[in-house]
Ligand binder design. Structure first.
Ligand SMILES: Cc1ncc(CN)c(N)n1
Length: 222
């Protein structure tokens, strides 16, 4: 049976669920999250996105084909030209200036997660790198869908975090998520059981680091 992205999720079901349904996410959905926790998260996510852009630049370097190279270039461009600009204006709405963002130190959870992804990509090939990136690229889309499926989730102006949910449920993000799943499914269908086992380690590590990122936001730890 060829492997698929769903099999990566099944290989660490407990961790995946702990990531998607984390208290940070639940509190964001029911509008009970402390604004300070969200601001701390937003600041660190700015630093995260910068490193994430570097990971796409690494994906370009690791691309064996023109089509992979184009995909990496588009990913890099989307983060640098769109996502980071959006993030900076969103931070402004939450009282965080661009100057403050530029001077922030990285929290340990940010350092650990982003450098893990970059190191995995450096040591491995393009598939290793994409598997390390996939909890990030797929998880937030799934989180938005999960929040929307819950009766406890408050949507609209009564939830100050509504715009955050809206961003990840947008067609643009959901399409990028599906494209990533398709790319992975094509490659995973061809790997051996031994190779798949290696990839499950990477996927589970990155998922656990996403959990730590939520924890960092919730506890406002540095
Ligand atoms: C930590 C983290 N993980 C995922 C995403 C969604 N790109 C994000 N913005 N930040």
């Amino acid at each position: 049976m060829p492997y698929q992205f769903e099999d990566l999720k099944k290989s660490c079901q407990t961790e995946w669920q702990a990531y998607i349904e984390h208290s940070f996410v639940q509190q964001l959905g029911n509008a009970s999250l402390a604004p300070e926790a969200f601001q701390h998260y937003l600041k660190q996510d700015y630093l995260f996105l910068i490193q994430f852009a570097r990971a796409f630049a690494l994906a370009a370097y690791k691309s064996p084909t023109l089509s992979d190279l184009r995909q990496a270039k588009e990913g890099l461009q989307a983060i640098v030209d769109v996502e980071l600009d959006l993030h900076i204006s969103y931070c402004k709405e939450w009282g965080i200036s661009e100057q403050e963002l530029a001077e922030l130190p990285e929290a340990r959870a940010t350092l650990a997660y982003t450098r893990y992804v970059l190191d995995t990509g450096n040591r491995g090939d393009l598939l290793d790198l994409h598997v390390a990136l996939s909890p990030c690229m797929v998880g937030y889309g799934e989180i938005a869908n999960w929040l929307n499926s819950r009766a406890e989730t408050i949507r609209g102006e009564n939830n100050p975090y509504d715009a955050w949910i809206a961003m990840y449920e947008s067609d643009e993000f959901q399409d990028a998520m599906q494209a990533e799943i398709s790319w992975l499914n094509e490659r995973l269908a061809e790997v051996s059981p031994a190779r798949f086992k290696e990839l499950t380690r990477i996927f589970s590590d990155a998922t656990r680091l996403e959990i730590d990122f939520w924890e960092m936001g919730l506890k406002q730890s540095d």
